[in-house]
Structure formats: C-alpha cells, structure tokens
Design a binder for this molecule. Structure first.
Ligand code: GAR
Length: 217
C-alpha cells in the first residue's frame, strides 16, 4: 500500500523537489499529503504547490515557546496520519514532545558525514576545520541533535579552492540522490533499526562514494 509523507521545510526546497520528482516518476511509491513551513516565503512552498500538494505556513511568532509551536504542528501533522515525517532543510530544533509524537518515523538530511559538523552551516564548518572529506547523511531524528541512527551517507571531497557555495553545491548533488533513495527504502519497509545500527535489507554495502550503494538514483 502506498505510504504517506509529511515534509517540513524552511527554505529553498531542493530536496523536497527531488523527492517529489521521484514520486512523480514512479520511483517512490508514496504521496506527500502536506508540506509545512515555519517560513512564510520559503521557496519550497511554491514548489509543493506546483506539484499540487497542500501547504501550510505556521508562524512561530504566534507561539510563546518552541514547545508550544511543536505541539501545535504535531497535532496538525497527526491528522495526516503520516508513515514518515521528512525534514528537508527544516532549520528548527524539534522539541522532545514532537519527537515522541512520531517516534522512529522522523528522518532528516544533514550536509555532513554525521557525527561530524552537526548543527548549522555544516559545509562552512568542514571548510573551517580543513577537512578533506565531507558529505551528507540521511538519519533518523532522535532527541540528540543531528545524531540519530544513519541510514545512508555519501562522501564528497573538499577541494582547495572551495567556497562554502561550491562545496554546498557539490554536496547537494548527492543529497538529491541519497534522500529519495532512503525514502524509497523506508516506504518499501527495507530499513531495519537495531539500537544505533541501521541495515537496509538487500542493499549493497562497501562501495563508496555512497554507502549503502544507490539503486535507483
Ligand atoms: C540542505 O543542504 C540540507 O542538507 C540542509 O539545508 C539545506 C536545505 O536545502 N539541512 C541542514 O543543514 C539541517 N541541519 P533545500 O531547502 O534546498 O533542500
């Protein structure tokens, strides 16, 4: 049976678009019933509308606390009965109440090889550190920031002449492959979590730059 996704965004929405394209082309057997943003002018809201998807902007300034906001949006999202809540450039830390509401069903993409360079501006952090390798990770969201069990990672080189923009773009190309791929695995019930460890059933492990290997993207 087709699975249902709710996607949370804060901005540009290029990962959202990659996921919507993969659904449209039939690679992912799922639908997105709602795209929710905490930013009114998030470009991703326009992208969602182009694909005929319901959107909501919920203004955080109407809420006294982050917890209050998160409890409110959790109630809205529950009405959609999602199989997975997909964070795609959602730039707010989620409170424990939200994570409890969708335990084991929230996934995120982060532009580093977690646990390296957690939090904001991960690409800038990699450059400033002098790292020669970075990448991106799709992981489950737990109460520890950017540190839940990892489903798939892609390795990306840092070049001497890189700017934050050039490095971000190189990483983004892989984000657009690994996020749809991870969601495909999730909706096909191939992702098995055991403590911190994640195994994707029947996936091929051991060949970089993406581990486990891409099958469809
Ligand atoms: C992406 O690079 C994503 O990995 C990052 O924000 C960007 C959103 O781009 N997310 C984080 O840094 C989360 N901590 P998009 O709106 O074009 O998908």
């Amino acid at each position: 049976m087709s699975k249902n996704l709710v996607v949370l965004i804060s901005g540009r929405g290029s990962n959202l678009k990659a996921i919507l394209e993969a659904i449209k082309s039939g690679k992912i057997n799922a639908k997105v019933s709602l795209v929710l943003s905490n930013k009114k002018d998030a470009k991703g809201l326009e992208i969602a509308k182009e694909y005929g998807i319901k959107t909501k902007f919920i203004d955080p300034s109407f809420f006294e606390t982050r917890r209050g906001y998160d409890i409110y949006i959790a109630e809205l999202i529950k009405k959609e009965n999602p199989d997975f809540v997909v964070l795609a450039g959602y730039m707010r830390i989620l409170s424990d109440e939200f994570i409890d509401a969708f335990e084991g069903k929230i996934v995120n993409i982060h532009p580093s090889l977690v646990p390296a360079f957690q939090g904001k501006s991960a690409q800038r952090q990699a450059l400033d550190y002098g790292s020669l390798i970075t990448g991106c990770s799709v992981h489950f969201v737990t109460k520890e920031l950017d540190n839940g069990p990892v489903i798939v990672q892609a390795v990306v080189p840092v070049l001497p002449e890189d700017t934050e923009e050039s490095l971000s773009n190189r990483i983004l190309e892989f984000e657009h492959k690994i996020y749809p791929q991870a969601i495909k695995w999730l909706v096909e019930d191939r992702v098995v979590v055991s403590g911190r460890k994640v195994i994707v059933k029947d996936a091929k492990y051991g060949t970089l730059p993406v581990n486990p290997s891409l099958e469809d993207f």
